[in-house]
Design a protein around this ligand. Structure first.
Ligand code: ADP
Ligand code: MG
Length: 307
C-alpha cells in the first residue's frame, strides 16, 4: 500500500486538517517529554491482567460511546448488494445480504477467499455504501448521513482491525496508537497513558519508538489492534485478524478479543477463512459466492477440539 493510499484511507475517516494538527501536537509532546526524562507514567501499575477491574472502570472506559437504541440491532443489512464495475464488466461481490447484528455478539463470518468477506466488512464498517439495499448503524441509515457525520459515528462506534493495518509509516508505534485519540481525548497525558497501556496489553511496550518498517508483520498487526481499541468503540471489526500472525500470537489476540467480549461486553465481528476462530463465536455466518449460505448459533468456547 502506498503512502497516498494510506492517507486517502485516513482522509475518509478523519478530517485531514486535524491530523496535521495532531501530528504537530504529537511532535510537541516529544519535545516536552525529552526534557522531562521518562518516568512519570512508567505503566508499572498497568501491567496487570488487562481484564482486571481496572480495565473496566479506569482509563479505558472514560470515553465510552453510548449505544442509543438498546434492544435494536447495532448493525442491520437489508438486501445488500455490492457490484464492482470494471469498464464494461460488472461483478456482484455481494448478492442480497440480510443480516442483523446485536450488541454483545461474537460474530464470525466464515468464507473462502473471494467469497466477499472484505467487501462485507467494508459495508459493516460503513467505509463503503452498498450498490443496492440499506445498511443501518445504530438505527441510522448510513446513506442518509453526510461524510462528516458518518466519519464521526464510525469513529466513535467502530474499531477496525484491517488486513492491511493502515499504519502511518512515518509515525512510530506509540504515535500510531495515539492518532485516533487525538480527536477525542482532550488530555494528552491521559491519551499517552492509555496508548502505553494498550501497547502493554498487546506486548509491544519495548517497541514504542519503532516505525512500522522496523516491526514484523505480526507486530504491525498488534499495533493496529491497540489503535483500534484506543477510542473504546462498542464494536470491533476485524478482517482476518490471525492472517499474518504466527499461531501463538494469533491465539493471544483471540484471547484478548474474547476478553473484550466477555468482560467488556463488546460486539466482535470477525471475517475470516480460518476455521479455528469459530470456537470463539456466538454465531457463525457462512458466506459463499457473495451470499449467506447458512447462519449457525452456538455456545461460545464449547467445542470438541477444546477437550
Ligand atoms: P474475500 O475477502 O472473501 O477474499 P473480497 O470481498 O475481497 O473477498 O472479494 C470478493 C470478490 O470481489 C472477489 O472475486 C474479488 O475479486 C472481487 N473484488 C473485490 N474488490 C474488488 C474491486 N474493487 N473491483 C473489482 N472486483 C473486486
Ligand atoms: Mg479479504
Amino acid at each position: 500500500m502506498t503512502l497516498t493510499e494510506i492517507l486517502d484511507t485516513f482522509k475518509t475517516k478523519f478530517n485531514p486538517a486535524k491530523i496535521i494538527n495532531s501530528l504537530e501536537r504529537t511532535a510537541d509532546l516529544y519535545d516536552e517529554s525529552s526534557n522531562n526524562s521518562e518516568g512519570n507514567y512508567s505503566g508499572e501499575d498497568l501491567r496487570n491482567n488487562p481484564y482486571s477491574n481496572s480495565f473496566g472502570d479506569s482509563i479505558i472506559t472514560s470515553k465510552g460511546m453510548e449505544i442509543s437504541h438498546k434492544g435494536e440491532p447495532l448493525l442491520k443489512l437489508t438486501d445488500v448488494w455490492k457490484i464492482y464495475r470494471m469498464g464494461e464488466v460488472e461483478f456482484a461481490a455481494l448478492k442480497g445480504i440480510n443480516l442483523e447484528i446485536y450488541e454483545g455478539e461474537f460474530l464470525v463470518v466464515l468464507g473462502p477467499s473471494g467469497s466477499g468477506k472484505s467487501t462485507l466488512m467494508n459495508l459493516l464498517g460503513c467505509l463503503d455504501i452498498p450498490s443496492k439495499g440499506t445498511v443501518f448503524l445504530d438505527m441510522k441509515d448510513i446513506a442518509g448521513l453526510d461524510e462528516s457525520e458518518l466519519a464521526r459515528i464510525r469513529g466513535q462506534m467502530i474499531g477496525f482491525i484491517f488486513q492491511s493495518f493502515n499504519l502511518i509509516p512515518t509515525l512510530n508505534t506509540q504515535e500510531n496508537v495515539l492518532l485516533p485519540m487525538e480527536f477525542q481525548e482532550e488530555n494528552v497525558g491521559k491519551a499517552r497513558k492509555k496508548a502505553d497501556y494498550l501497547l502493554d496489553i498487546v506486548g509491544l511496550s519495548e517497541k514504542k519508538q519503532n516505525l512500522p518498517s522496523q516491526l514484523s508483520g505480526g507486530q504491525r498487526q498488534r499495533v493496529a489492534i491497540a489503535r483500534s481499541l484506543a477510542v473504546h468503540p462498542p464494536i470491533i471489526l476485524a478482517d482476518e485478524p490471525t492472517g499474518n500472525l504466527d499461531s501463538k500470537t494469533g491465539e493471544y489476540i483471540l484471547k484478548f478479543l474474547d476478553g473484550l467480549h466477555e468482560k467488556e461486553g463488546k460486539t466482535i465481528i470477525i471475517v475470516t477463512h480460518d476455521l479455528s476462530i469459530v470456537k470463539h463465536a456466538t454465531r457463525i455466518v457462512y458466506l459463499k459466492d457473495g451470499e449467506v449460505e447458512k447462519i449457525e448459533k452456538r455456545k461460545k468456547n464449547e467445542s470438541e477440539e477444546d477437550k
